[in-house]
Write a protein that binds this ligand. Structure first.
Ligand SMILES: Cc1ncc(COP(=O)(O)O)c(C=O)c1O
Length: 420
């Protein structure tokens, strides 16, 4: 027995056998310290409650969704059905099928000004998995990753799971949730290994302007850290705003940037689980080695659907994008009529993050309380801002019908008026 191993044995159990009574040592069943790092998502309790209310027949308006409410376009479904019918149901190369990787390379060159080879691309079962893999292959214990808050909470969890530490750079609605380069500079230390950039951003909808990305890239180049650019919402931008892929800025920046994207949001394919990353070759190889030991390839016929998605008639995406833009205008207009609720009009994605601090106090003291109150009082489901390190705010997803947006915001207004 190894020294110290006895520490894991906590119980002795008497056991009768043909040799008489013996004592068995029995270990208590414990989980890894890694497992104890995992935090339950506060969103889940709101969603579970909203679903339970709906099941009871309540007329719940949900602004909690993190996915488009459109169906996947038919051309994409047809491609996957054809692949299934043709028996395309076996393992594929871990990093993805050749035609999908080539379609991704072509898309990145055409739409993002990012130049990579198929060897630099790894297809995965969702952008979420790609980010997880990146954290696993970049971070050693104690490495720091700069996170621009408010941020998608998954980043912080995945950094911690890899032994790293999130270092938060705060932004506010007053500056459109755009980070200041000085604030980023101040957060850099000798342990900074990477920064995560998410533009358009979940939960703020902020689209970082070119000069912010240039300033950020200059810092990464000077101090020598990686840039992870999650561009999953890149096609959902409004009012002619420019979406810049940071890897397109210059060669030096491209060599330290890992671009993450996927089919979920642009093509309404959340359930298909197709994401990808494009990275310097050493990163792509390491991610492939890791994925070899985890999921292996993304689902074979879903990859065929993704090939079709990347070749889709742009008019199909435009239909969804322009509907989201109309809803953004609607929700922003309605919310701006509520007294003392400052909003920042989002430039992209399908979220808005109004500040409800003026209504907090007494029984409804926090944004978590407010989300619970709105669900109970007004049957409106929202996500508390604390989840994204934005206390006092609520995230409203406008991946909901215009009728629901009208009804839901009117109910919020009415419920808030009862608080004062
Ligand atoms: C910022 C961000 N990145 C990635 C994802 C996940 O994408 P996928 O469905 O490809 O895993 C989400 C989903 O909510 C997201 O908000």
């Amino acid at each position: 027995m190894e020294p110290g191993a006895l520490g894991r044995w906590h119980l002795a159990r008497a056991h009768y056998s043909s040799r008489g009574y013996t004592l068995d040592l029995v270990a208590t069943l414990t989980l890894s310290s890694r497992a104890s790092l995992l935090k339950p998502s506060p969103t889940l309790s709101i969603t579970a409650k909203a679903n339970a209310l709906k099941a009871e027949g309540a007329d719940v308006v949900s602004f909690a969704a993190g996915e488009p409410d459109f169906d996947t376009p038919d051309a994409i479904k047809d491609a996957a059905v054809r692949a299934l019918a043709a028996g395309f149901t076996k393992y594929t190369p871990t990093s993805g099928i050749k035609d999908l990787k080539e379609a991704i390379v072509a898309k990145l060159a055409r739409e993002n000004g990012v130049s990579v080879t198929p060897e630099q691309v790894v297809v995965s079962a969702g952008a979420k998995l790609s980010v997880y893999e990146i954290m696993q292959i970049l971070l050693d214990p104690g490495d720091e990753v700069l996170l621009i808050a408010p941020y998608w909470m998954t980043y912080a969890e995945q950094i911690r799971l890899a032994g790293g530490e999130p270092v938060v750079v705060q932004t506010t609605g007053q500056t459109g949730f755009i980070p200041s380069i000085d604030d980023i500079r101040e957060a850099i230390s000798s342990r900074t290994k990477a920064i995560i950039v998410n533009s358009p951003c979940n939960p703020t909808g902020a689209v970082f302007p070119r000069d912010t990305l240039e300033g950020l890239a200059a810092l990464a180049n000077r101090h020598g850290f990686w840039i992870v650019s999650d561009e999953i919402y890149e096609r959902l931008v409004y009012g002619g705003i420019e979406q810049v892929s940071i890897a397109s800025l210059d060669r030096e920046t491209a060599e330290r940037t890992i671009t993450v994207n996927g089919c979920s949001k642009t093509f309404a394919m959340t359930g298909w689980r197709i994401g990808y990353l494009a990275a310097p070759t050493q990163v792509a190889k390491a991610v492939t080695n890791l994925q070899d030991q985890m999921t292996s390839n993304a689902t074979s016929f879903a990859q065929k659907g993704a090939v079709q998605a990347l070749k889709l008639d742009p008019a199909e995406v435009e239909k969804m994008r322009s509907e989201f833009e109309a809803r953004r205008d609607l929700v922003a207009g309605l919310l701006s009529e509520i007294p003392r609720v400052p909003i920042t009009v989002p430039g992209g994605a399908f979220y808005i993050l109004p500040d409800f601090s003026a209504y907090l106090g007494g029984q409804v003291a926090t944004d978590l309380d407010l989300a619970g109150y709105l669900l109970d009082e007004a049957q409106v489901a929202t996500v508390p801002g604390s989840v994204f390190e934005a206390p006092g705010h609520l995230r409203l997803s406008y991946a909901a019908s215009r009728t629901d947006i009208q009804k839901g915001v009117a109910r919020i207004r009415e419920a808030l008026s009862k608080l004062q």
